[in-house]
Design a protein around this ligand. Structure first.
Ligand code: ADP
Ligand code: MG
Length: 340
């Protein structure tokens, strides 16, 4: 447990274990989660005694794609056309217009897990069977020009601040690269995404750090994809490129301290370090990577590197966008990460 390694005290038990929850209540004045699949009833129990942020109701919505999409629609923010799959009748009634599409389990998916891409109705039926007929959404496959995300932090007093728009490159459904600097996407797109993320947080009366992921389509229109009720991988650059990081803001929100608008002081690129880089268990050449000015390495202390597992990230900052891009590409080359 990476967090366990740096904690003063580590409770290791089931999320719903009453004694474990009682220990948290006894030991903590405020409680948060860095994982959206903590059962909402556990957060509700804690919330009766302590400050819990984000709260059970917001997490319950974010951990269920059907409720999440309904929330986006309610906020007037468009998402990809979709249908809910709960019954055979709903499967039969799916419009052909949603194909080709992606079937996603309503719960517990991450890093592209719990998703199957389908082209035909036959493939759709087979995919739903493969996913054990749990509640799913079928989403129309959209041609993406780009993907981006916005991280907001909303305080107990309702003040909502935001980080700049993050441009994200995914490979095989997993975040690979985040680039954050002026005009990483056209300014009107960034403006719209930030406004949408704030509306989504306000409508939930959210407290804490929230990440909203978007798709940018060919005509620069914006479609919301999903939200994560926690600090997010696409916000890890804030540790080195901003005066306040997403983790600072999470702590402030929890503690009821003022939230001020964070300022990014350097253009930044983050490279995700997946287990794939430990070829045959060999540690990547950190000495060569750290010889690059502006490169900062964050490893999570996970003991085993496996394919697709997030082991750490590399933040690169610099004086100019050109410099940061050149350094990031050099680091990627040293690490065997494909250029971007
Ligand atoms: P996860 O919970 O695994 O992050 P996402 O719904 O964000 O699941 O999907 C992972 C990735 O798959 C997205 O970042 C995007 O690259 C791709 N993807 C998901 N939905 C669509 C879609 N409707 N159209 C095109 N690409 C999609
Ligand atoms: Mg995602």
């Amino acid at each position: 447990s990476p967090a366990g390694l740096v904690s003063h005290y580590h409770v290791q038990t089931d999320y719903l274990d009453e004694q474990g929850l009682a220990q948290l209540i006894q030991r903590c004045s405020a409680i948060t989660t860095e994982f959206e699949n903590v059962p909402a009833p556990a957060l509700r129990t804690l919330g009766a005694h302590r400050t819990v942020a984000p709260g059970a109701d917001a997490v319950a919505i974010a951990q269920d794609r059907t409720r999440e999409k309904a929330h986006f629609v309610g906020c007037g923010v468009p998402c990809a056309p979709y249908a809910v799959l709960e019954t055979a009748a709903q499967l039969a009634a799916v419009s052909d217009d949603l194909l080709p599409g992606i079937v996603k389990t309503a719960r517990l998916g991450y890093d592209g897990k719990g998703q199957v891409r389908v082209n035909t109705r036959v493939e759709l039926a087979a995919a739903w069977t493969e996913l054990k007929n749990v509640t799913c959404v079928l989403e129309k496959m959209l041609p993406l020009r780009a993907e981006c995300s916005v991280i907001v932090a909303r305080g107990q007093d309702g003040v909502c601040v935001n980080f700049p728009l993050q441009l994200n490159l995914h490979r095989e459904g997993i975040l690979a690269v985040t680039e954050v600097y002026e005009n990483n996407v056209p300014a009107p797109v960034a403006f719209k995404a930030i406004a949408a993320a704030k509306a989504i947080a306000d409508e939930l009366k959210y407290v804490g750090v929230l990440c909203v992921e978007f798709f940018v389509l060919a005509d620069d229109s914006l479609v919301v994809n999903e939200m994560a009720p926690r600090p997010h991988n696409s916000g890890h650059y804030t540790l080195d490129a901003c005066d306040l990081s997403q983790f600072d803001l999470q702590v402030r929100a929890l503690a009821g301290l003022p939230l001020t608008q964070p300022r990014q002081h350097s253009p930044a690129i983050m490279l995700n370090l997946l287990g794939d880089l430990w070829v045959d268990g060999v540690t990547p050449p950190w000495d060569q990577v750290l010889a690059l000015p502006g490169a900062q390495l964050h490893l999570y202390g996970k003991l085993k590197a496996s394919k697709g597992r997030k082991m750490g990230h590399l933040n690169i900052t610099g004086a100019t966008v050109d410099q940061v891009r050149a350094t990031a590409l050099a680091a990627a080359k040293l690490l065997g990460i494909a250029p971007f």
